[in-house]
Design a protein around this ligand. Structure first.
Ligand code: HEM
Length: 471
């Protein structure tokens, strides 16, 4: 008995060893930073560092120009592609749809779109996408207008006052529109615990990523992190309870297959479990509010720094009706997201071997997709890649650039489900804002200190000074 067990164990170890050698040989052809310590990789660059610096350190270690590289992070390897062609291969591959559990999972709302994989994600996405179609979004426009007008009224009290960080107010406006539009939950978010909970998500997500062993449910449940998650996200869980309480009447079998988000979730015909419903509400609040609020605050800050571009926006608003297209505003928003994509690095896990140009990437490998680098790559965007120039999105210029060079909402089957929602909301916000105000700031573009993980933000905040519009 003992001998046969030993025999089986040695066969198992030999197979694992063989697999590991095969894996190692394949990835050994991919270049990477020189200073990687065996089994630790670049982890020594993070020991003793402030959590806020992790992202910056990571981006500084990896090369900005190598088309593809590998980085060992402890025993885990990241493959980092950096060309639009490789981004296209990844986003269109059937084998790069999943997200790595040790980064996205075992934490909160595991059944929500952002972190689920396989058939759960596929089914949810198919049903929930209906609530983000242009027809559905048109129905939400009056809610957007109402919440933006409330914000503008608050901003009128700031006219000719001191410079202030506009982020909290923008975030409250965005959150109010999101919960009312998608969940029929009319809630005053200004200075609320719900707003604070959404704003604290970055720190806790980063703590989780830096402790990969927390993806094991039993370890997570007994950890301090789990207690902190419950405490910090408590107000979001309470909001989920209230949203469900108020929408109880929607739990019916309905043939209306194209309702707003909460109707899709509660329609009994769609067969979501109670846990899945809760997780999806949580994830929409989590993924939809901070992202849009940060992008909009960044847009206001950049416009306060670039008066000439602000004037062009005002010129466009002066010559159009509210229902028209606003091509210049759209270009400005795209340029904001090119320079400051809210997800600067996102991750995928291969479920089969794939080829990235001439490199074989084995099954079960993590790919780190550095959207931030690609968006600032001088070979694609030119020598002025780091400058804020919305005109680069004019049709005749952008048409000459590979379509996978600009992916602020990611791409393929995991592309942001809310991208049309976000673009619609942001355009209405900017039009209404610049109908009333002009803005300026003392912060210089060159002095912006950008924090890059897990989402992008500016450490100095978003300081602006508001004046009544004179032109
Ligand atoms: C400017 C605003 C936004 C940006 C730049 C943005 C960007 C992104 C990116 C890059 C991803 C992929 C994340 C990853 O793979 O790790 C993503 C996913 C997602 N976003 Fe957004 N987002 C924005 C607004 C929104 C809004 C308004 C909603 C909802 C109303 C939303 C809901 C989601 C969801 C549910 C996912 C997961 C989709 C899936 O995996 O199937 N986002 N977003």
């Amino acid at each position: 008995m003992f001998l046969s067990l030993t025999f089986l164990a040695s066969i198992f170890i030999t197979i694992q060893f063989y697999k590991w050698i095969k894996f190692y040989l394949k990835i050994s052809k991919i270049p990477g930073p020189k200073n990687q310590i065996p089994f630790f990789g670049i982890i020594n660059n993070f020991i003793g560092e402030k959590v806020g610096n992790y992202g910056k350190n990571f981006l500084e270690i990896i090369s900005k120009t190598e088309p593809i590289q590998k980085v060992w992070f402890g025993p885990k390897i990241f493959i980092i592609p950096n060309t639009p062609e490789m981004f296209k291969t990844i986003f269109t591959s059937l084998y790069c749809v999943d997200k790595p559990r040790y980064i996205y999972g075992g934490f909160f709302a595991n059944n929500g779109l952002l972190s689920s994989n396989g058939s759960v994600q596929e089914k949810h996405r198919k049903i929930l996408s209906y609530s983000m179609t242009p027809k559905m979004l048109n129905q939400l426009v009056p809610v957007f207008e109402e919440k933006i007008q409330k914000f503008i009224k608050r901003m009128k009290n700031k006219i000719d006052g001191d410079e202030f960080n506009v982020f909290e107010d923008v975030a409250a406006c965005t959150l109010e529109a999101l919960v009312k539009g998608n969940f029929q939950y009319d809630y005053d978010c200004y200075e609320s615990d719900l707003l604070k909970a959404c704003a604290s998500s970055d720190g806790i997500t980063l703590r989780r990523i830096m402790q990969p062993w927390m993806s094991f449910e039993f370890l997570f449940k007994i950890s301090q992190l789990s207690k902190d998650v419950k405490r910090i996200f408590g107000p979001i869980y309470s909001a989920v309870d209230k949203i469900l309480e108020q929408n109880e009447h929607l739990r019916i079998e309905s043939d209306d297959k194209k309702g707003i988000f909460i109707k899709q979730l509660l329609n009994l015909k769609n067969e979501f479990s109670e846990e899945e419903i809760r997780d999806e509400i949580f994830i929409l609040i989590f993924a939809g509010s901070e992202t849009t609020a940060t992008t909009l605050s960044m847009c206001l800050l950049l416009l306060a720094m670039h008066k000439n571009i602000q004037n062009k926006i005002i010129e466009e608003i002066n010559t159009k009706n509210s229902n028209d297209d606003f091509p210049y505003i759209e270009m400005v928003l795209k340029e904001v997201m090119r320079l400051f994509p809210i997800g600067p690095i996102i991750f995928r896990e291969t479920t089969a071997e794939i080829m990235l140009e001439s490199c074989e990437v084995p099954k079960n490998t993590t790919i780190a997709i550095p959207i931030y680098f690609l968006h600032r790559n001088e070979n694609i965007w030119g020598k002025d890649a780091n400058e804020f120039k919305p005109e680069r999105f004019e049709a005749n210029k952008i048409d000459k650039i590979h379509s996978y060079s600009f992916v602020p909402f990611s791409g393929g089957k995991r592309m942001c489900i809310g991208y049309k929602y976000a673009m619609t909301f942001m355009k209405i916000f900017i039009v209404n804002f610049f109908k009333e105000f002009e803005i300026e700031t003392s912060l210089k573009y060159e002095e912006m200190d950008v924090k890059v993980l897990p989402t992008i933000t500016v450490t100095q905040g978003f300081p602006i000074k508001i004046k009544k519009r004179t032109i």
